[in-house]
Every structure is written in C-alpha cells, then in structure tokens.
Design a protein around this ligand. Structure first.
Ligand code: ATP
Ligand code: MG
Length: 180
C-alpha cells in the first residue's frame, strides 16, 4: 500500500485545487518557510480523521479553511482527497485503489467518503486501523514530535516504539482481560 495522490481544495494556504502525485519510494517536498510544506502533511492527517484543531496547528476546526489573502477572498469549504494504491490489499478491502475524502464547510457541516460513498468518521478510522497509517500512527512525525521523542523518558519512549510496532493494542487488551 502506498500514497498515490493527494488532492487539496481550500485547505489552509491552498486556495486553488492542487494535486500531488506520489510514486513508490521517497518524495521530498521543498520550499521556503511558510510556503505550505507542513500544510500538506496536515491535509493528510486531516483526511485520515484528525479531530484536534490544535494538532493541526489551529485553534478551531474552521482555521483549516482558506482564510483569504490580499488578493483572494476566503473560501467557504475545504476538501481533501487521498488516493492510496491498494494492489497488495494492505488495507483489507477488495479494491486496488482506495480514496478517502473529507469535506467541511464554514457552517460546520462535515462529510466523509470512502471511494466516493458517504461514510462515517469511524469507517475511515477503522479502515486504517492496524494499517500503519492513520491519524495516530507514527507514519507522520511532526517537527515537534522529534524533540518530544528525543527528550522523553526511556519508559515513554518505549511506549512510542511499542505503538509503532503494533504491540500496544495487545498490551491494552491484556490489561483489560486481567481486570475482568
Ligand atoms: P516552515 O519551513 O517554516 O516549516 P512550511 O512550508 O511548513 O514552513 P506551513 O506551515 O505549511 O509552511 O504554511 C504556513 C502558511 O500557511 C502561513 O503562511 C499561513 O498563513 C498559511 N495558512 C495557514 N492556515 C491558513 C488558512 N486557513 N488560510 C490561508 N492561509 C493559511
Ligand atoms: Mg513546516
């Protein structure tokens, strides 16, 4: 499974629709400070179901909608479409290509789609659970997170590695079973 394409409309600094095609291997996004590099990863985390405005570097969810500039009016909605190559069926659904879409309007209406079919946020979270990708997986490490990992105590760092290795959910299940 790999990211194939990202389409962004009205998300943060991207007023015009932009499309980024990824290929297997490494893609580097380069540009001056403030040009929107981190906004691209924010868009990926948002479409995967991120619900915390703060972790998207805003104070409320509306902050992710293009707020206007000297030359452009603000927009009323934001939409992000992430297309994944699923030929190896890594996502556990029977499609060679899977797209997830999230759309939000200034009035607060929020919509999610899997392969253009309306769905719930929970369906998107379930789809990516255990896939290594997802809003809380360590496939996306933000600038601040690197420092956090380096500065954390050994036990906390161990938790981070356990979660990345997919061990944490078994530990949590074991703990629950023991309580019963
Ligand atoms: P750096 O190299 O400093 O990390 P960067 O390329 O990662 O920079 P971003 O943080 O992705 O830059 O982009 C910041 C820019 O996005 C700022 O100019 C900010 O004004 C703009 N921006 C953020 N939210 C919105 C919004 N809702 N509407 C318009 N512009 C926005
Ligand atoms: Mg940045």
């Amino acid at each position: 499974m790999f990211l194939k394409r990202l389409d962004i409309i009205g998300f943060k600094s991207f007023a015009d629709r932009i499309g980024v095609d990824f290929v297997p291997g490494v893609t580097a996004v380069v540009g001056p400070n403030g040009s929107g590099k981190s906004n691209i990863t924010d868009a990926i985390r948002w479409v995967l179901g991120e619900q915390s405005a703060k972790s998207l570097r805003g104070s409320k969810m509306e902050d992710i909608i293009f707020a206007g500039s000297d030359t452009r009016k603000a927009l009323n909605f934001a939409e992000v479409i992430l297309t994944l190559d699923n030929e190896d069926q890594g996502l556990g659904i029977d499609y060679n290509e899977v797209s997830v879409t999230r759309r939000v309007s200034r009035s607060g209406d929020s919509e999610f789609f899997i392969n253009k079919q309306p769905c719930r946020l929970k369906d998107i979270i379930d789809l990516f659970m255990d896939s290594g990708l997802g809003r809380e997986a360590f496939s996306i490490i933000s600038q601040g997170k690197v420092e956090e990992i380096l500065n954390s105590k050994a036990e906390d760092r161990r938790t981070i590695f356990e979660e990345a290795a997919g061990v944490l959910k078994y530990k949590n299940r074991k703990k629950k079973a023991e309580i019963k």
